[in-house]
Design a protein around this ligand. Structure first.
Ligand code: HEC
Length: 395
């Protein structure tokens, strides 16, 4: 009996070692994820975070700063216990940009960890970053924060009262200062749920139990996020798809202006691996990228899309120059054959009034991109293989 068990175990190890490619991570089982020493035992894997460039920002200065944004490497490890999962993410960032009191023109470093919401079928995975209709995501956001005052006690870190404008003096000012100091916060942590663009909603009722933290060292940031394995929104077991984002305040990163990883498959050690999902997230496409380039050219895709950095910008559709970095092959396939399954809505309808990316039909967003379902499976797959090569180099 013992012997069989050993064989089975060693097979398991071989299989997971073979899958330890970019895109697959094992969460080590530990007694308590809140014990800080667990990170010494955890196995860090390198993943790549690509600049999100699909939608140009409505901010010239930020656009210039991030025009040729490079991809970033991050080291990620995961652990879990009977109740919680914890992730630790380390990335380089030489400048420390923190949320502060009394300045509103400073952008903040930060990171986010995204989980796929519980659905009957785990795949197809939700749209990266926003989720999609019927395929929700839960996003945990942690920003770097100095001591900030929020005198109204509503966690409105961005709406602090300027001491100079408080209108109180002398002893009253001392009382005011004491009150404010007692309310000072050093944390900016938020949880959102999303089910498609423009649906992102903060969860404020405490039904999601989590804790995020960030520390800055000589080489950059280390961020940790701990959350319950199970709540009203997620049910994490077997293989858990996770995506990581980081923001750099020094290049005015905020909202969509960030580096983002593709979905990464984290398998909870000792639990059943979702082999299909791991394969989907690690193997890419069997298509032929060279042929795919010809199919793309024949179909005039670049009439609406900026495809490589040297292509002219077009506002007819999202830029695809990094789409291969954070998208799965399955998502790209779907985007070509059924563009309206997930609609990227565009950022600024006022600036490009005559170039809507979707129209409303009976309340549903219908993409202005036509469906390419008439193309052969082979042609579509070759295009997917080609699109997967669209990504910035690593810094
Ligand atoms: C008429 C303009 C037009 C043409 C031609 C066109 N697209 Fe699109 N495409 C769009 C628009 C608009 C969107 C955004 C709305 C949506 O999500 O469908 C989009 C979205 C996409 C996306 C998803 C992008 C993202 O950031 O998630 C991919 C991938 C894509 N197109 C690939 C292609 C390929 C490949 C072709 C050629 C076979 C093509 N498109 C042809 C307009 C076009």
């Amino acid at each position: 009996m013992n012997k069989i068990l050993t064989t089975v175990l060693s097979l398991g190890v071989a299989a997971s070692a073979a899958l330890a490619a970019d895109g697959a991570i094992t969460a080590v089982k530990v007694a308590n994820v809140k014990d800080a020493t667990v990170w010494a035992k955890a196995k860090f894997s390198s993943i790549t975070l690509y600049p999100q460039t699909a939608i140009e920002f409505n901010d010239k200065k930020a656009n210039v700063l991030t025009e040729n944004m490079k991809a970033k490497k991050a080291n990620v490890a995961a652990v879990y216990d009977g109740k919680n999962i914890a992730l630790r993410v380390k990335w380089t960032d030489k400048t420390k940009d923190v949320e502060q009191c009394m300045v509103s023109d400073v952008y903040t470093d930060g990171f986010a960890v995204q989980f796929a919401g519980a659905t009957k079928k785990p795949q197809p995975l939700p749209y990266i970053g926003m989720g999609s209709i019927g395929r929700p995501v839960v996003v945990h956001l942690q920003k770097a924060t100095a001591k900030v005052y929020e005198p109204n006690g509503n966690k409105d870190v961005g709406m602090q009262i300027n001491r100079q404008q408080a209108g109180v003096f002398l002893e009253e000012l001392a009382v005011f200062d004491a009150k404010v100091a007692s309310l000072a916060k050093t944390d900016y942590e938020r949880v959102f749920v999303g089910e498609g663009f423009r649906s992102l909603t903060e969860v404020k009722d405490g039904s999601i139990k989590s804790n995020g933290a960030m520390t800055h060292g000589p080489n950059g940031w280390a961020g940790t996020l701990t959350r319950a394995l199970k709540d009203d929104y997620v049910n994490l077991n077997g293989t858990v798809p996770v995506s990581i984002a980081v923001w750099d305040g020094s290049t005015m990163g905020r909202n969509g202006l960030k580096n983002l990883s593709a979905w990464v498959a984290i398998t909870l050690e000792g639990q059943k691996q979702d082999v299909g999902m791991v394969a989907d997230l690690t193997t890419g496409s069997k298509g032929n990228a060279t042929k795919g380039k010809a199919v793309v050219e024949a179909n005039g895709c670049n009439g609406c899309h900026q495809m490589t950095a040297s292509d002219a910008k077009t506002f007819m559709g999202p830029s695809l120059k990094n789409v291969g970095g954070y998208s799965s092959a399955a998502y790209l396939r779907e985007s070509i054959v059924k563009p309206s399954a997930v609609v990227v809505p565009g950022y600024n309808r006022n600036a490009h009034r005559n170039m809507p990316w979707y129209n409303l039909e009976k309340g549903k967003r219908i993409s202005t991109m036509s469906e390419y379902g008439h193309l052969s499976k082979e042609d579509v797959e070759d295009m997917v293989a080609y699109l997967l090569t669209f990504k910035a180099e690593v810094e």
